[in-house]
Ligand binder design. Structure first.
Ligand code: ADP
Ligand code: ZN
Ligand code: ZN
Length: 754
């Protein structure tokens, strides 16, 4: 399946061109801008044009194409033996190569015919409706005529007389609720009314609440300054980039909403990106409350039908504000007047699969094309963006205070090293458990964050040190008590918990570490009265589960919300006065030059969940590294200081944003082949690099094996390498020509982690 991306006149017929067998879409599926964007994206990320086209056009808009062979000559015994008793067989890659070539031959000989079918993942939803094909006056006249003889039918027509002025049709379902269905039926039978199927778009309203309109809030001086600056840029069609830096609760969202409003008033459209939107129903709700049905939402939590309708609503200019997660940056909006990226530092904006793009780069590019500004918002901007603001490439807009003047919560750091001996459980310090007790007594709510799901991190034999590991990945298995199994969080492998050590047969199997499931159980023991909600990948897998659990917490049907980092973002509950971070150090332990940045961002963000209402908030951060600068500065919510210190370290270590980076990765089920390929890539790229480029590797990746695939990597750090792009294109070509189909080569520009 391919795409027509342009037409070219040729003098002679090129001999190696294939014929187009079947055309799937008769109208273009991507507009000119998106078609050009696919070219830019492929070049920017060093990937093939086909994968960038597939990224830009959502799966639901792509027809799945089937090819069938149909017998026309049933006499040929060879043909018969392939078809057996069927008339048609589907031609797929699974078919034997010999069979496929036979079918081709028979087709030439006219013994077999090829048929095509396109199957869409989603379809237009239709419902029965009455078409209003007369004028209001005509319906009125008809109604008068029937008044005596058939008063019920007359009532229907009188109603339609009014509706015909506003609408082209009315759903039968709606009409049946208001009038007797037999009256409607007789009118249809007498051909006075016309019944027809019409398309109804699926509505993606984020909650069960009916739509409540909300007005703009009068802006505070800092918000006002920001909105004016953005509005000036949109009015002037200036391709400016703003970095809106404001602590949590400083009113950034209000700035977004009012800037969007100004853009819509000028007849242009707006695009707003939020991280993993399924996780922020509150944000979607707020945008809906301002702009109603002009809003379209795009994210992975929608059904295929919903995605299909939302995309088409945007493409047809019916929706003029798009809120969505990463891939919504490709929404087919025309005449964009503003692009907003909330929580611009979030990692989910980077796609970790080909094409490995960052939504921020795409946003900046589309803004160039549409002549519009971009607003990047965050309480803890990425170092890259903040450094650009420092240089004047971006304009910094600051919201230094919380809207309601609410002071930032008081953050306590609890030194867990002292807690190990003193207390019965390792997960809760006395300080944190006392704080929870106080909230329960005052009927206030607590949010507890733990960066690990499951029961324990790992299972170990106390006798011989055996650790249960995944057979497919180089990672230990996690205990899940509810299913009584050990699971691999990388590949999904699941097995029974061993009763005796598989290595030394002793019974001294012990559980180490901690997980949400275990902490929830501990909480229940410590506070039998408390109502606890556990929120992690396991409890939110079902569609709508996340929203339901949050709703329950919002309605104060629970006292404690315990969750993984998915609870750190965007939640705004005024009755939450306590936030506890069970283990602040998880991220610090990762082999990642951004470990400190991640830790600082996460702690700042989760602390922002406390004291959002009129009551003062408190935060307890439990740590085994209480003196680490990321933790200390998060305690003070001192982004400025963190930025300076971290920039110094990045400078010394030769990391971004001082250096550009490219990661080259090889993957193979045979470790030696993965390594060999990495070395040959190194040899291939070296001629394109100068003396100044720093090359690290090849080395195995930190987790060297996942799903029985081995990973090797090379990292190139550089400041200015004019020939690098040519070199990377060369690698891309090599990857396409590789004879070994099991070998995979990836190019990752500016990887978020290595
Ligand atoms: P942020 O996005 O920076 O976390 P929000 O925009 O969510 O901050 O604002 C925090 C709270 O303050 C929200 O409940 C919001 O409705 C309210 N708010 C924002 N701006 C104003 C304003 N100018 N006047 C009154 N309330 C405001
Ligand atoms: Zn053992
Ligand atoms: Zn695994």
């Amino acid at each position: 399946q391919g795409y027509v991306i342009g037409l070219k006149k040729a003098q002679t017929k090129p001999h190696n061109l294939k014929k187009i067998e079947h055309v799937i879409d008769l109208e273009p599926v991507l507009n000119e801008e998106l078609l050009q964007l696919s070219d830019w994206l492929a070049k920017k990320t060093f990937s093939f044009r086909i994968s960038s086209l597939q990224t830009i056009l959502p799966g639901v808009m792509r027809g799945k194409y089937h090819k069938y062979a149909q017998v026309t000559d049933t006499e040929d015994p060879k043909v018969k033996s392939v078809f057996k008793h069927q008339r048609m067989i589907e031609i797929t890659d699974q078919l034997d190569a010999q069979v496929i070539s036979d079918l081709m031959r028979w087709r030439q000989a006219g013994k077999v015919k090829f048929e095509y079918a396109v199957e869409n993942q989603a379809r237009v939803k239709k419902q029965k409706a009455i078409i209003l094909d007369h004028s209001g006056q005509e319906y009125e006249k008809l109604s008068q005529k029937l008044r005596k003889r058939a008063p019920k039918q007359a009532a229907v027509l009188a109603y339609l007389a009014r509706e015909a002025k506003e609408q082209k049709h009315i759903l039968l379902q709606v009409l049946n609720k208001k009038f007797s269905s037999s009256a409607i039926r007789s009118l249809v039978e007498k051909s006075i009314l016309t019944e027809q199927n019409v398309e109804v778009k699926r509505e993606v309203i984020p909650t069960d609440k009916a739509f409540v309109h909300e007005h703009d809030k009068p802006l505070l001086p800092d918000q006002q300054k920001a909105v004016i600056a953005i509005n000036q840029a949109t009015a002037a069609k200036a391709k400016k980039v703003f970095l809106l830096e404001g602590v949590t609760g400083s009113g950034k969202t209000e700035v977004y909403l009012q800037s969007i409003k100004a853009v819509l008033a000028k007849g242009r459209t707006a695009l707003m990106l939020v991280p993993e939107i399924a996780l922020t129903p509150q944000m979607v709700q707020r945008v809906y409350a301002r702009f109603g049905h002009q809003v379209a939402v795009l994210h992975s939590g929608l059904s295929n039908g919903e995605k299909y309708d939302e995309w088409r609503r945007i493409n047809a200019n019916e929706a003029r504000v798009v809120v969505g997660a990463r891939s919504a940056i490709f929404a087919p909006l025309k005449n964009i007047g503003l692009i907003i990226m909330d929580e611009e530092h979030e990692y989910s904006y980077k796609q970790e699969d080909t094409p490995r793009y960052h939504a921020r780069d795409v946003a900046l590019h589309r803004a160039q094309v549409h002549n519009c500004p971009v607003v990047l918002g965050s309480a803890t901007p990425s170092l890259e963006s903040r450094a650009r603001a420092e240089k004047g490439v971006y304009q910094l807009l600051l919201l230094p205070q919380r809207v309601n003047q609410a002071p930032l919560p008081h953050v306590h750091i609890v030194d867990m090293r002292e807690n190990i001996e003193k207390h019965r459980t390792l997960d809760f310090s006395r300080a944190l458990s006392d704080a929870i007790t106080v909230r329960l007594a005052k009927k206030e709510q607590s949010v507890l964050m733990l960066n690990r799901r499951g029961f324990s991190s790992f299972v170990m034999c106390r006798n011989c040190g055996y650790v249960a590991k995944c057979p497919n990945c180089d990672i230990s298995l996690t205990l899940h008590m509810s299913s009584h199994t050990l699971k691999c969080h990388y590949c999904g492998h699941e097995e029974q918990i061993p009763k005796t050590c598989p290595n030394c047969h002793s019974q001294k199997i012990r559980y180490y570490g901690t997980g949400t499931e275990k902490v929830a159980q501990e909480l229940k023991q410590m506070y039998p009265e408390a109502r606890i909600i556990r929120m992690d990948v396991d409890t939110t897998r079902r569609k709508g589960a996340y929203e339901q659990l949050l709703k329950k917490f919002e309605k104060r049907e629970a006292d404690i919300l315990l969750g993984t980092q998915m609870i750190a973002k965007g939640l705004d509950f005024p009755n939450v006065t306590l936030v506890g971070v069970i283990n602040a150090d998880t991220a610090l332990g990762l082999p990642d030059f951004r470990a400190s940045e991640r830790t600082f961002q996460l702690l700042t963000q989760v602390s922002g969940r406390a004291g959002r209402g009129s009551k003062k908030g408190e935060v307890y951060v439990q740590s085994y590294n209480p003196d680490h600068y990321a933790i200390k500065l998060a305690q003070k919510q001192d982004y400025e200081q963190f930025f300076r210190q971290e920039m110094r370290l990045r400078h010394e270590g030769g990391y971004p944003p001082y250096y550009f980076t490219v990661l080259l990765q090889t993957t193979h089920p045979d470790e030696s082949q993965a390594a060999k390929a990495a070395y040959s890539i190194l040899k291939a790229i070296q001629p394109y690099l100068s003396e100044q480029a720093i090359i690290l590797g090849p080395t195995p990746k930190a987790i060297a094996r996942v799903k029985n695939q081995y990973y090797y990597q090379i990292i190139i750090k550089y400041k200015n390498e004019p020939k690098l792009a040519v070199g990377l294109n060369h690698i891309l070509e090599l990857s396409a020509k590789a004879h070994d189909r099991l070998l995979k080569i990836a190019i990752d520009r500016e990887p978020l982690q290595f």
